[in-house]
Design a protein around this ligand. Structure first.
Ligand code: TYM
Length: 332
């Protein structure tokens, strides 16, 4: 029978530790999708080069993130899991797409504006064309859906624009993808600065809960989380800290905001913060156990990522060959 499953592609940059923002915003959705879709997940290692990163740190982060993908529950038999740099077609398609992407549209990207404001000394061309490489990641596999957190939806939009422009000139070469974000957890905020997103690059370690943080550290970080002076657990405008904690608790336990308000009716923030910390640590305990098993067998990890790259390369090559032919390059 013809394979009618839709295709999913997503990725994470190994610029730091994976935190609960990336997990609740993206990876949790990936796990749910593995039975019903053709899923491809990359470690976006080429994207990491847009910031200065020590090579040994990048290598360590990359392998750790790969093991975390597996530990979070991605089954390598059901999903194609690979390093972006192992499939050279990503960089090759990115070059072609660069020539179909406008300077003006890249200048409007929020992430580019934020990152260049924060790193004025290193506004490199890679940072500027970052969304084009991401578009190549997605379009090479003709992905229908891209499960990401809210901060990446603008990049999926520009990917559609690039694909549309290319298709307009050469016919239906690329499938137009759509972003897929979770109902709660699409924008997890920093625990210490709840108006900003929880981020790998946050200098304040207390704002970010990493998937590999031990239980006592997780509980401590939630205990210290910034809230307000109202001391009433309810979701309301202006209560950024509590809204964030409620969203995290809801995403982890599946409870609605209404249920949470009832559960903590008459209780203080201390009880609530402890409950969120415990729920998050319980969730992380299973991931951390599996992580230890995966990282203890380097040969198995290598076999999985090589097989993943082989599978990905086969599909990527089909798309790239078509693109090269369409634009008029001579076949090899
Ligand atoms: P990255 O590495 O910054 O983040 C990885 C994923 O986690 C989501 N995320 C969050 N979701 C909710 N709350 C947060 N605080 C939070 N922080 C991160 C991100 O939205 C993302 O889904 N450019 C991408 C990586 C990438 C990619 C791709 C994604 C490269 N190629 C192709 C999709 C398709 C990035 O920097 O994600």
């Amino acid at each position: 029978m013809e394979n009618v499953k839709k295709t999913i592609l997503s990725g994470i940059k190994p610029t730091g530790n994976l935190n609960i923002g990336g997990y609740l915003g993206a990876v949790k959705n990936w796990i749910k999708m593995q039975d019903d879709y053709n899923c491809l997940y990359c470690i976006a290692d080429l994207h990491s080069l847009t910031i200065r990163i020590d090579p040994s740190v990048l290598r360590k982060n990359s392998i750790e993130l790969f093991a975390l993908y597996l530990a979070c529950g991605l089954d390598p038999e059901k999903n194609t899991i690979f390093f972006q740099s192992h499939v050279t077609q990503h960089a090759e398609l990115a070059w072609v797409l660069d020539c179909y992407t406008m300077f003006g549209e890249l200048s409007r990207m929020t992430q580019f504006k934020d990152k260049s404001a924060k790193n004025a000394e290193n506004i490199n061309a890679g940072l500027f064309t970052y969304p084009v490489l991401m578009a190549a990641d997605i379009l090479l596999y003709q992905a229908n859906l891209v499960p990401v957190g809210e901060d990446q939806t603008q990049h999926v939009e520009i990917c559609r624009d690039i694909a549309n422009r290319f298709n307009g000139v050469y016919g239906e070469v690329f499938t137009l993808p759509e972003a897929y974000t979770p109902k709660v957890g699409a924008r997890v905020k920093s625990l210490t600065n709840p108006s900003a997103k929880m981020s790998k690059s946050d200098d304040d370690d207390n704002g970010t809960v990493n998937l590999l943080d031990p239980r006592d550290v997780v509980i401590r970080k939630f205990r210290k989380a910034v809230t307000d002076s109202e001391a009433c657990v309810r979701y309301a405008p202006g209560k950024d800290g509590i809204n964030n904690l409620m969203s995290i608790y809801s995403a982890v336990t599946g409870k609605s905001f209404e249920d949470i308000e009832k559960e903590f009716d008459g209780k203080g923030y201390g009880d609530f913060k402890l409950a969120v910390g415990e729920a998050v640590s319980d969730m992380l305990a299973g991931i951390q156990d599996k992580y230890k098993v995966y990282t203890s067998d380097r040969a198995q990890l290598e076999a999985i990522y090589r097989q993943g790259a082989d599978r990905a390369r086969y599909i990527a090559n089909k798309t790239l060959t078509k693109v090269y032919k369409k634009v008029g390059l001579i076949a090899k």
